[in-house]
Ligand binder design. Structure first.
Ligand SMILES: *Cc1c(COP(=O)(O)O)cnc(C)c1O
Length: 379
């Protein structure tokens, strides 16, 4: 998305907040633990390249993404930090990863064997994934670990640089299943240590695990949602063990304001009818921007005051009910602070029955991201 935009609807990304959140996390971690800044899905919708640069400057030492495409985007923008792909990449493309010094995740013997038929000149770095209870990807049993390690030893041009697992319930106050996964990880690690003596990096924690069990995090943490200033869950938020600053705000401007008498209807289906004389404002944002129809009835902030979305949200426009007349061009806050009030990502998420992670991912690329950064230098 270019820096020039003509429609007055934009997201503001506060990179100083990203840096602040990394520093808060660093203070909790033991000094031997480093940070993977997780910037998959275009940096959870915040902009992968910009967030990656800010995170590295603020003290993260590596990056993690979900797809090879995402890793390549970072490399092509000139970022030289280590990059780990967390998802599965077809062995056919391992060569591309090796050429760009991108670390891949593996957990299948057949996958390693496939590599033999794809010759590549540079060594491919690999992290092995262990499924200790997430049930998604990774090896689960001792036998799988043994056969994977022996396949690894007979595969040329690869270098094991890490092992990791992922927790399913680290964000829950009830830690029983978290500890069960930790136990399984420990058991696999004992087996592994008998088979392998070269140094490798170990990482197990996402944001929730890293915040709640900071001292148990081995060499790296995989820091995603909390880096963006969002709490991994209500439980983690209530524990108040870390202070996070949100980094994503969403703004628009009134493009039309009118006074309607009683009994006039608004938008498709004429589902909203004015109760009396009402000031109605129109915003240039709609469901094609990820501002989905389910947000009908949600508040926005005008001049620090809450005003409801009325009538159905259209593809490109949304109507709100104003408390009085405002000039065209008045700034409207859909996510973020205005005056003394704030609409948090969590409030939007609760309103549409989902988690905060989904909201910035859902705000489409049609909405330009504008970056705010005072404390750091960003090229
Ligand atoms: C997305 C992801 C993370 C980051 O999780 P957060 O909860 O956002 O911190 C960590 N590890 C893996 C494997 C992931 O897929």
């Amino acid at each position: 998305m270019s820096d020039i935009f003509y429609r007055p609807t934009w997201a503001e990304i506060d990179l100083d907040a990203v840096a602040y959140n990394i520093k808060q996390m660093k203070q909790k971690l033991s000094s031997s633990s480093n940070i993977f800044a997780v910037v998959k899905a275009n940096g959870y919708g915040h902009g992968a390249v910009k967030v990656a640069r800010a995170a590295l400057e603020a003290g993260a030492s590596a990056l993690a993404v979900a797809l090879l495409e995402e890793a390549l985007e970072l490399r092509h923008s000139g970022i030289n930090a280590p990059i780990l792909v967390l998802g599965w990449v077809a062995p056919d493309y391992a060569k591309i990863a090796a050429e760009h010094d991108i670390t891949l995740t593996f957990f299948q013997k057949e996958w390693l064997q496939e590599l033999q038929s794809h010759m590549f000149s540079k060594k491919l770095k690999l992290h092995m994934k262990w499924d200790t209870g997430m049930g998604r990807i990774g090896i689960r049993k001792d036998e799988e670990l043994q056969s994977l390690v022996s396949a690894l030893k007979s595969t040329e041009k690869v270098q094991l640089t890490g092992i990791y697992t992922h927790f399913a319930t680290a964000d829950d106050t009830n830690s029983a299943y978290f500890h069960e996964q930790q136990k399984r990880f420990q058991q696999l690690l004992e087996v592994f240590e008998k088979l392998w003596d070269a140094p490798i990096d170990i990482h197990i924690g996402n944001s929730a695990a890293s915040i709640r069990f900071s001292s148990e995090m081995y060499d790296y943490i995989r820091f995603g949602i909390a880096m963006y200033g969002l709490y991994p869950s209500e439980d983690v938020r209530n524990e108040k063990s870390i202070d996070l600053k949100p980094s994503f705000s969403l703004y628009s401007r009134l493009i039309h304001v009118k006074n309607l008498p009683k009994n006039e209807s608004i938008s498709y289906g004429a589902t909203y009818v004015t109760n009396g004389s009402e000031w109605i404002g129109t915003l240039p944002i709609g469901y094609a921007d990820g501002w989905i129809r389910k947000l009908q009835g949600m508040d926005v902030l005008v001049d620090g005051k809450r005003m409801p979305i009325v009538g159905r949200i259209c593809m490109d426009q949304t109507m709100i009910c104003l408390d009085k007349e405002y000039p065209v061009g008045t700034k409207v806050t859909l996510i973020g602070k205005s005056g003394k009030d704030e609409i948090e990502m969590d409030e939007i998420a609760n309103y549409i029955d989902t988690i905060n992670y989904e909201i910035p991912c859902m705000i489409s690329e049609r909405i330009p991201r504008v970056y705010k950064k005072n404390k750091l230098n960003l090229s």
